[in-house]
Design a protein around this ligand. Structure first.
Ligand code: NAD
Ligand code: UFG
Length: 336
C-alpha cells in the first residue's frame, strides 16, 4: 500500500483500539482521533503499549469540522477507519436525536473533510443490526435492511449516505463492514471491552459476574425456539474483526467504489453456551437467573461470511474458547 497515515476515529474504543493495534503491527502509521465519550486516554495509552509503538492521539469530536481540518492539515492521511459512534441500543430509544447527531452528522462531517482534503478511502463500521429481524439465516449482504431500533437506523442512514457519495464520485473507495457480535480481547490483556457503567452486552456482563463485580447473570429468555431455549448469536473474536479491516483496506487499494461485507464466523452460540465456555476458560462460576425476554431480541442471528472469504480473503480464526480466555485475561488484568 502507498505511504501516508490511517486516521482511526473512535480509536480509543473497543474495536478501534484493537484495529489500531493490528494496523501498527502490520507497519502502518496511525492517528487516533477520539472524544473519549466512551473510552479514555488510558485506553489510547494501552494500545501504544500493546503495539509497542508511539501513536499520535488527538482528542476531538467527529462533528467538529475545525478539529478534523486540523488533523487532515497536520498529518499525511491516506485512509480513514471510522469507528466513532454511540452504540447502546436501549439508550438510542431514549436519545434518538443524540444518536442521529453523533453517528450520522459525525459521519457527514467526516466525509466532507475527507473530500476537502482529497482523502477518499474509508472503512466504515456498520452492524448486523441493519438487518433487523432477518428473513432467514445465515444472513447474506443482499437480504432486506430493516433495522428495529434508532441505533440501527443511524447505521443504515450512514450506509445510504456513503452509497450516494460513491455514486456521485468514482474516486471514492468505501468499505462497509457489517459486524456481528465482537467479543474477546487482545492477547496481552491490555485492551478489551471496558464499557462505562453496568454492561448491556452479554460478554462484559458475564466477565463482571465471573470477577465478582456483579452478583448474577440475567439470561433474557430460555423459551426461544432454539436447542437450549436461549438466543443464538455469531460471536467473533475482536482481533479477527480487527484484521478484517486490514483486508478491507487491501481490497480498496485495488477496487474503487463501494463494497459491503459481513464480518462474522458463520456459526452461532447460545447464551448458555457462552456462559459455560466462560466458566471453563476462567475457572470461575457464572451464576444466573432466567429473566423475561429482552424486547427486540431475535432468536437466531448469524452471518454468511462467504463474500468476505471470497473477496477479502478473510476468515475468522478463533473459536469461542479462545474468545473467552482472552476476555477473561483482560477482566483479570483490569481488576489487578
Ligand atoms: P466503543 O464505544 O468502545 O468505541 C467508540 C469510540 O468512539 C469510543 O472511544 C468513543 O469515545 C468514540 N466516540 C464516540 N462518539 C464520538 C465522536 N462524536 N467523536 C469522536 N469520538 C467519538 O464502541 P465499539 O464497540 O468499539 O464500536 C465501534 C464501532 O463499531 C461503532 O461504530 C459501533 O457502532 C460499531 N459496532 C459495534 C458493535 C459491538 O457490538 N461492539 C457491533 C456492530 C457495530
Ligand atoms: N443477554 C443476556 N443477558 C445479558 C445481556 C445479553 O441474556 O445481560 C443475551 C441477549 O438477550 C442476546 C445475547 O445475550 O440474546 C446477546 O446480547 P448482546 O447485547 O451482547 O448482543 P446483541 O446481539 O443484542 O447486539 C450486539 C450489539 C449491537 C449489534 C449486534 C450485532 O449490542 O449493537 O450485536 O449483531 F448491532
Amino acid at each position: 500500500m502507498n505511504g501516508g497515515k490511517i486516521l482511526v476515529t473512535g480509536g480509543a474504543g473497543y474495536i478501534g483500539s484493537h484495529t489500531a493495534t493490528e494496523l501498527l503491527d502490520a507497519g502502518h502509521e496511525v492517528v487516533v482521533f477520539d472524544n473519549f465519550a466512551n473510552s479514555s486516554r488510558a485506553a489510547a495509552d494501552a494500545l501504544q503499549v500493546a503495539a509497542n509503538r508511539d501513536v499520535a492521539v488527538v482528542e476531538g469530536d467527529v462533528r467538529d469540522a475545525d478539529a478534523l481540518r486540523r488533523v487532515f492539515r497536520g498529518h499525511d492521511i491516506r485512509a480513514v477507519c471510522h469507528f466513532a459512534a454511540k452504540k447502546a441500543v436501549a439508550e438510542s430509544f431514549e436519545q434518538p436525536l443524540s444518536y442521529h447527531d453523533n453517528n450520522v452528522v459525525g459521519t457527514l462531517r467526516l466525509v466532507e473533510q475527507m473530500a476537502a482534503h482529497g482523502v477518499k478511502t474509508l472503512v466504515f463500521s456498520s452492524s448486523a443490526t441493519v438487518y433487523g429481524y432477518p428473513v432467514s439465516v445465515p444472513i447474506t449482504e443482499n437480504m432486506p435492511l430493516a433495522p428495529i431500533n434508532p441505533y440501527g437506523r443511524t447505521k443504515l442512514a450512514c450506509e445510504r449516505l456513503l452509497g450516494d457519495l460513491a455514486l456521485s464520485d468514482a474516486e471514492w473507495r468505501i468499505s462497509i463492514l457489517r459486524y456481528f457480535n465482537p467479543i474477546g480481547a487482545h492477547c496481552s490483556g491490555l485492551l478489551g471491552d471496558s464499557p462505562q457503567g453496568v454492561p448491556t452486552n452479554l460478554m462484559p456482563y458475564i466477565g463482571a459476574v465471573a470477577a465478582g463485580r456483579l452478583p448474577r447473570l440475567r439470561v433474557f429468555g430460555d423459551d426461544y425456539p432454539t436447542p437450549d431455549g436461549t438466543c443464538i448469536r455469531d460471536y467473533i473474536h475482536v482481533v479477527d474483526l480487527a484484521k478484517g479491516h486490514l483486508k478491507a483496506l487491501q481490497w480498496l487499494a485495488a477496487a474503487p467504489g463501494l463494497a459491503i461485507h459481513n464480518l462474522g464466523t458463520g456459526a452461532g452460540h447460545s447464551v448458555f453456551e457462552v456462559a459455560r465456555a466462560f466458566e471453563e476458560a476462567s475457572g470461575r462460576s457464572v451464576p444466573y437467573d432466567v429473566a423475561p425476554r429482552r424486547p427486540g431480541d431475535t432468536p437466531v442471528l448469524y452471518a454468511d461470511p462467504s463474500r468476505a472469504a471470497a473477496e477479502l480473503e478473510w476468515r475468522a480464526e478463533h473459536g469461542l474458547r479462545r474468545m473467552c480466555e482472552d476476555a477473561w485475561r483482560h477482566v483479570a488484568a483490569s481488576a489487578a
